[in-house]
Design a protein around this ligand. Structure first.
Ligand code: HEC
Length: 430
């Protein structure tokens, strides 16, 4: 593995320790419930100034980029690829993206925090090799996060992607038979198109969950800058509508103009469960806030909504729907815990990126990519037993870099077969 071999697009990990909070962000004066599209546009206005499309690469705007990525997302089979630092996400099921969209498509994504959020990353990862997680992570108000999701789905099937700019990244080869190939060393340069842009804001007015989550889709035909100018708001959510078992959803907004485009057919009657907010790439049994409200380490007996709720059978059984809604769609504040009676080390305030980074850091430790003392968070969240069994001391990633124990750039393990990622680590977004 080559150290410091960052992605072709050099994303920031130089987390700020302080932020000027005097200037209110542009969305602060917009009501997300009554003016959802305007609220989303205000969030997006802080993103579009900071990112640039350079040929087939999404990159930071060289003169201004105030967005930071999380460390440690490089590891595991779903870890960051080398060109845009994308991680491998849940692949859409047939009929998910459009009435005719097929199987085996891939989704790859990269997520960022704004300066306020990045101060939290900085305080946690001050010692990147032994991060400090408080009992309850607390992102400051007006923390924002943005995530770009790309897919290799065919625009012939997902027609709103027709004319979309093409990006190149190292993705998985097509499956052989029904066996998907996910070993990082087998990745190939493939073509992706922007599918969806997710945003999340810790908004002090969101008193049900503390967070507002929403997503845009890229919709052709291409116009303007062909990137941001094509984004259409698809959904926004400020609560999970707990106890609502029918379609009477009040705490999500769904863009009615996208009926028949993103949802509204047999396999995809809605974006998120019963009309809650979600994106086309997401599991229709879930919602943005549902998945993110589970962020904690270690996970409890329920992790994130998976495919086990049967849309053909369970959906028509009242008791099953009730159980599904009651398990997954609660309104939990940022400082409240999902599954509060189950042992926990750190509550992650809706950040699944932090949850992934813990799993991947500990995975690096297990596989020997990280040597030296086992990080506290891995011991405390129960990775210890497994580490002791399988650790192969190859070299110390954290202490190699002078003795300062602070990594300045994230290593990209994507192409090294030296560290075989454990296959027990599930890719994000089930
Ligand atoms: C099935 C669960 C699931 C659903 C549904 C989901 N996400 Fe996420 N999301 C994840 C995971 C896992 C990550 C972390 C991995 C990553 O960043 O690649 C993540 C990361 C993010 C991030 C980066 C910051 C963070 O909190 O980790 C944002 C922003 C985000 N999602 C927004 C959304 C929005 C908006 C929606 C709905 C449109 C949504 N998500 C739906 C699982 C989910």
């Amino acid at each position: 593995m080559k150290y410091g071999q960052g992605p072709a697009a050099a994303w920031r990990t130089d987390y700020p320790s302080e932020v000027n909070t005097e200037v209110a962000p542009p969305w602060a004066s917009v009501n997300f419930e009554t003016d959802p599209a305007k609220y989303m546009a205000a969030v997006l206005s802080t993103v579009r100034t900071d990112f640039a499309v350079k040929g087939d690469l999404l990159a930071p705007n060289e003169t201004r980029n105030e967005w930071w990525i999380s460390p440690w997302m490089d590891f595991t089979n779903a870890g960051r690829e080398r060109r845009m630092a994308l991680t491998n996400e849940r692949g859409p099921k047939p009929g998910d993206l459009s009435p005719t969209s097929g199987d085996d498509y891939q989704v790859w994504a990269v997520g960022f925090y704004n300066a306020r959020g990045a101060t939290v990353l900085g305080s946690i990862f001050d010692d990147e090799c032994d991060p400090f997680f408080p009992t309850a992570v607390r992102f400051p108000d007006q923390t924002a996060s943005v995530k770009f999701l790309f897919t290799n789905a065919s625009p012939d099937e997902v027609t709103y992607l027709k004319g979309a700019p093409e990006f190149k990244a190292y993705i998985n080869p097509d499956p052989v038979g029904d066996r998907p190939e996910t070993r990082p060393e087998k990745r190939i340069l493939g073509t992706l198109r922007l599918l969806q842009v997710d945003v999340a804001v810790k908004d002090p007015r969101a008193d049900a969950t503390d967070w507002v989550f929403g997503t845009f889709i890229w919709r052709g035909p291409a116009r303007g800058d062909k990137f941001f100018d094509n984004l259409v708001p698809a959904s926004l959510q400020w609560g999970n509508d707990p106890g609502v078992y029918d379609m009477g959803i009040q705490q999500s907004w769904i863009n009615p103009r996208l009926k028949g485009v993103t949802h509204g057919w047999k396999e995809r009657p809605f974006l998120g469960f019963n009309g809650r907010a979600n994106g086309p790439a997401d599991n229709l049994r879930s919602s943005c806030l549902s998945c993110h409200s589970t962020a904690r380490a270690p996970a409890g007996h329920l992790r994130q909504v998976d495919g086990s709720f049967d849309m053909d059978r369970d959906y028509y059984t009242q008791a099953k729907v009730k159980q599904h809604v009651d398990s997954w769609f609660q309104n939990i504040r940022g400082n409240e815990l999902f599954l509060p009676t189950e042992p926990v080390t750190t509550n992650l305030d809706y950040s699944l990126q932090l949850e992934s980074s813990i799993i991947r850091l500990c995975n690096a430790c297990i596989t020997g990519a990280l040597t030296g003392p086992t990080p506290k968070i891995c011991r405390e969240t129960g990775f210890q037993g497994r580490i002791e069994r399988v650790v192969r001391v190859t070299r110390s990633m954290c202490t190699d870099k002078a003795s300062s124990s602070r990594l300045k750039t994230t290593p990209f393990a994507g192409f090294s077969s030296e560290f075989e990622a454990l296959t027990t680590i599930v890719p994000p977004r089930q």
